[in-house]
Design a protein around this ligand. Sequence first.
Ligand code: ZN
Length: 198
Amino acid sequence: MSVFKNTSYWKWAVLAFVLSGAAVFCYFSGILLPFFRPEARAQVTPPERIIDTGAVVWVQETYDICEKFGLPCGEPRTLTGRERLILNGKLEEDARTLYSEADGWRIDWGSERVLFSRAQTGLCPYHGSMWHLEALDGEDVVAIYVGPREVGQSGGVLAKTDIRVSRLPADLQDRVRTGSLVFTDYDEMVGVLDSLSE
Ligand SMILES: [Zn+2]
């Protein structure tokens, strides 16, 4: 004769089983669940980055053609004056309104120092507003190339002239062939070209 012959034992047994199952579930879920909740994972809140008054701020802009030819223009410069003052007390998101990600700026935070940098293509504004004369590639014609002599024809041709290299005096032919006629003043260059074409 079974002890469970009376159905009330069954009910108690099932109830006890369910309750103990629930207790075990609650116990383990209480221990384990926090590990599965995203908010319970170890959170490392980055420190709020702010540009202190005493921080040194650098700006570095590099240009691929200038870099390729080793021109000394891609060094970081220390911000001074108004450019520097307006950054005081700015959070990263505020600084981003001036040095945006969309414009290619990255920000490197150090202890009491901040570097804004970006890499661009072409020549920097300084070297991009220089010109030199060279013989047009493969032709006996003087052409104006953008950039200093060091970059050769990489800065692109600005204009082709009708001046024949072979008809210039020997010393000027040499200077054109070596690209050593360099100008930072456009009008001066036009004046020289006028004199060469006479
Ligand atoms: Zn440059």
